[in-house]
Design a protein around this ligand. Structure first.
Ligand SMILES: Nc1ncnc2c1ncn2[C@@H]1O[C@H](COP(=O)(O)OP(=O)(O)OP(=O)(O)O)[C@@H](O)[C@H]1O
Length: 591
């Protein structure tokens, strides 16, 4: 998939069809009981509202000319009653639908979040995270009204139209036909606007997504921005994105704004036609004043649902662009998922074998080629080599964060691509280069991967990695609240917490990717002692640029040129006087 920058519009792979709307019924049908109740209430509210003009007509044509005061009072009370029923039922309906709308938001968002958690790293590597956020937050909010109220309103407005027609035809057939004659004019106008309008709103959604992506990137990178004093340039980029968003919005609103006046004009024309036809063509003798007043009232009522429908239609057009995005995310395949016949890998001893493994992140650009090596259970293996050589990639493949181009990786003789991800990853402890800290307490951060860990176990893990001392010195100790990304902690402290988190999961295979790079030399020495105890009985892969930390590993692999350039113990590689020797002596001399 092409990489998507913050300023590149996303391409929708699937054009809109009604299947999207049909698919959204999955979310709606759960609430059909409440929706039917709301619909019934709305129908009663509408019928009640429609009785008003009939009462008026009767009063104008009979009660008032006969000066029947008693009847007039009764009719006035009935008129007020219809309005009261209409308002009460509409209010209850609106309350029910607010709850349904929120329930639908909840369901879609839960599905999206669950799915996002299963998507491969590749998905996140390929798009700005702000564009993912906007789908889960803004787009879901937007579509909820369409899926709850929108669909009810469509049914309701259609029913409303039907009822009004029945009432109109009941009052006067000829004048009803005059009202209906406005419909074809309206249909032609709508067809002309519809397609352009949909495209325009899709553009708005793209531009708002771009803006969000840039904003999110800049919040995350705020420190770097200030360090490099890039504020002005970034503000200009933001202005450009904002301007594009503003223009796209104005353009889209231009189309939407055509719908209202078009409907309004047709409605006014039709009402004028009623007067003309009623008074001049049919003559007052044939049509009473009450009939003309009732018919103009019905005519404006008749165009009300049409105006509402065109409004809903507008809303649908905007929201369908969002719905497409939501379904696109839900349809994103979890490529790194359990195969159909995946098996639990069982309790592993930690024997690892790479068999002729070739891998590329992007098609045609291999990062590793034909790599083969064996690691016995409990062995410690160091991966060293130049930046970008592929060390982290090797351990990512072992955890099956990516699938191979060719070759096979086995653990205890079992192909990891055929194992369930949970059984594989739950026996691995991986400490990535980026020691991510979640918002919450230090305590919660350490037990992130093992919620059932006891306080003693948490403290013990922290002690082994020499984190207990600095944590205990904090005002609230283990209960100290840290921000997302651990902004209140030093780089080394973050690494130690993340280290404790990895150890607490008691893995059979331990992966430490630059786990101690930010830790001072004294703490690292202490840490090494604790680590030696801890590595016993576990297979470990350690990536480190500081070679002094991996000297004692059972095996050192020097990764370069897409493969293993050298492999052996520290002494063997020093004696070989190859690349490792050069690197080690260079570092040794520096020290
Ligand atoms: N998600 C990714 N998408 C595309 N290419 C990637 C991705 N991650 C890494 N690469 C590329 O793969 C190569 C190997 O990267 P890797 O992170 O494995 O190197 P490394 O040896 O661990 O480097 P370092 O010592 O700097 O951590 C690099 O050229 C890098 O640009």
């Amino acid at each position: 998939m092409a990489r998507n920058r913050y300023d590149v519009d996303e391409v929708l792979e699937t054009p809109f069809d009604f299947a999207h709307l049909k698919r959204s019924f999955v979310y709606i049908k759960k609430y059909k009981g409440k929706m039917i109740t709301a619909l019934v209430l709305s129908v009663f509210a509408a019928i009640s509202g429609l009785l008003g003009p009939l009462i008026t007509q009767y009063a104008l044509d009979n009660t008032i000319p006969q000066k029947n005061m008693g009847q007039l009072v009764l009719l006035t009370l009935a008129f007020v009653g219809t309005i009261a029923v209409s308002i009460t039922f509409s209010t209850i309906r609106s309350r029910i639908m607010t709850v349904v709308g929120q329930d639908i938001i909840f369901d879609i968002r839960t599905d999206l979040f669950k799915h996002l958690q299963e998507l491969p790293f590749e998905y996140y590597d390929n798009r700005p995270h702000g564009k993912i956020l906007i789908r889960v937050v803004n787009y879901v909010n937007s579509v909820s009204d369409m899926l709850s109220n929108g669909i009810i309103n469509v049914i309701l407005e259609c029913l409303n139209m039907l009822f009004i027609m029945i009432f109109m035809f009941f009052v006067n057939v000829k004048l009803s036909l005059v009202v209906l004659s406005g419909l074809p004019i309206f249909a032609v106008i709508m067809m002309m606007i519809k397609k352009r309008q949909r495209k325009a709103w899709q553009d708005v959604s793209n531009k708002s997504s771009n803006l969000n992506a840039y904003l999110q990137e800049n919040i995350t990178g705020a420190r770097v921005t200030q360090i490099f004093t890039r504020e002005e340039e970034n503000a200009q980029i933001f202005d450009r994105l904002s301007e594009k968003y503003r223009k796209s919005w104005i353009n889209a609103v231009k189309y939407s704004n055509l719908v209202w006046p078009a409907t309004d004009n047709v409605s006014t024309l039709v009402r004028a036609a009623i007067f003309v036809v009623g008074l001049l063509v049919l003559t007052p003798a044939a049509v009473s004043l009450g009939t003309i007043v009732a018919m103009t009232s019905y005519a404006s009522s008749f165009w009300q649902p049409i105006m509402n429908l065109s409004n809903i239609f507008n809303n649908f057009i905007n929201n369908i662009a969002y719905l497409e995005r939501i379904f696109e995310t839900l349809d994103e395949p979890a490529t790194i998922a359990d195969k159909p016949n995946a098996q639990d890998i069982g309790d592993i001893t930690g024997e690892v074998k790479f068999d002729d493994v070739t891998f590329s992140y992007e098609q045609g650009k291999t990062v590793l080629e034909h790599i083969s090596f064996d690691v016995k259970p409990g062995e410690s293996v160091a991966l060293v080599g130049p930046t970008g050589a592929g060390k982290s990639t090797v351990v990512s493949l072992l955890s099956r964060f990516y699938d191979l181009d060719s070759g096979k990786i086995t653990i205890d003789g079992k192909d990891i691509s055929q194992a369930t991800l949970h059984s594989l990853r739950s026996q691995m402890g991986i400490m990535l280069q980026d020691s991510f800290i979640f918002s919450g307490t230090i305590y919660d951060n350490i037990r992130y991967g093992r919620l059932d860990a006891t306080e003693e176990e948490i403290r013990e893990a922290a002690k082994i990695v020499c984190a207990d001392e600095f944590i205990s010195e904090m005002k609230d100790g283990y209960m100290t609240e840290v921000n997302e990304r651990g902004s209140k902690l030093s780089g080394g402290q973050k690494q130690l917490i993340s280290f404790a988190r990895t150890l607490l999961s008691d893995p059979k295979i331990l992966v430490l990717d630059e786990a101690t790079s930010s830790i001072d030399a004294r703490t690292e020495k202490l840490l090494q002692q604790g680590l030696q105890r801890l590595l016993v009985g576990r297979t470990s892969f350690i990536i480190a640029h500081r070679l002094s930390t991996i000297k004692n590993c059972d095996k050192i692999m020097y990764i370069d040129n897409k493969g293993i350039a050298e492999c052996g113990t520290h002494d063997q590689l020093i004696a070989k006087k190859g690349e490792y020797y050069k690197l080690y002596t260079a570092q040794h001399m520096d020290e």
